[in-house]
Design a protein around this ligand. Structure first.
Ligand SMILES: *[C@@H]1O[C@H](CO)[C@@H](O)[C@H](O)[C@H]1NC(C)=O
Ligand SMILES: *[C@@H]1O[C@H](CO)[C@@H](O)[C@H](O)[C@H]1NC(C)=O
Length: 261
């Protein structure tokens, strides 16, 4: 009986260790199979190589694009907390189809997101995430921040109207697979891993990206997946209607430019 118990405890430890190892492995992923550009290219080059007509499009990662200094200064966490900590934001459950909303102070959100690194959460429908929009609260402070950001985005085919969104999330958080119009996202602080596919991947809409990355990325049949880790300064292009999921590998701050017709 005693041996049996010890054996069970032993098994349990292996389980915990393997989970921590799996998570650590994912946080240190650096591989990239997405085309990369190491400087800005012209609009013409962009359209020709990546953002042309639907059938020819592919994602691309621009490495190390400069971010203006004034904006970088504003984005320091202590500066954000001091200026905007008391602002209310709208957070949403991080699953693909159903959304529950809640209001929370930016201060409290940041504290929650910075603590969350130790545990991994399995269900996106039980995880709160800030997507950056705040149509229901005072948006002025967000617009003020965005005025300082110079988006390096291109226009994509007939999608020419940019709208900017500011986002932040803790280590291990992110958005499960979904799709929408084309756009760009630049990392300001922290690293983020992206997964993209022209075809629908195999995933549970309530499952967090980290859970999917551990359980499903290599263990279930998937269509061809592009994936890449973005570092601060890097910007990704996500094509129109492509499925994509994101995973913050650190506490991360990022700016998205969504394009509409
Ligand atoms: C979240 O989704 C999972 C799986 O679909 C389900 O088992 C769980 O009850 C859901 N949680 C909530 C709070 O609805
Ligand atoms: C996902 O979660 C929502 C809300 O918690 C629930 O209503 C829904 O049934 C779940 N979907 C799946 C596919 O499990």
């Amino acid at each position: 009986m005693k041996e049996y118990l010890i054996f069970l405890i032993f098994l349990n430890c292996i389980n915990i260790v393997s989970t921590i190892n799996d998570v650590e492995k994912i946080y240190s992923l650096e591989t990239c199979n997405i085309p990369e550009e190491f400087s800005l290219i012209t609009q013409r080059e962009f359209s020709h190589r990546y953002g042309g007509k639907q059938t020819l499009t592919t994602p691309v990662v621009f490495r190390q694009l400069p971010i203006n200094k004034q904006f970088l200064n504003m984005m320091q966490l202590d500066s954000i907390l001091k200026r905007y900590g008391n602002k209310y934001i709208t957070v949403t459950t991080a699953n693909t189809y159903s959304y529950q909303k809640q209001y929370i102070k930016l201060n409290d959100y940041i504290n929650l997101q910075r603590q969350s690194s130790a545990k991994i959460t399995k269900w996106g429908n039980e995880t709160l995430y800030w997507f950056g929009d705040d149509l229901l609260n005072d948006q002025n402070w967000l617009n003020q921040i965005l005025r300082y950001y110079k988006s390096p985005a291109y226009i994509v085919d007939d999608f020419i109207q940019p709208s900017l969104t500011f986002g932040m999330g803790g280590q291990g958080t992110g958005v499960p697979f979904h799709f929408h119009g084309p756009g760009f996202q630049q990392m300001i602080f922290g690293r983020k891993r992206w997964y993209l596919s022209a075809e629908k991947p195999s995933f549970d809409p309530n499952e967090t990206t980290i859970q999917w990355a551990i359980e499903k990325r290599f263990k279930t049949k998937q269509p061809f997946l592009y994936e890449c880790t973005l570092n601060p300064g890097d910007m990704i292009f996500f094509p129109n209607l492509w499925w994509h999921a994101t995973l913050n590998l650190d506490f991360a701050i990022f700016l998205s430019t969504f394009l509409s017709l």
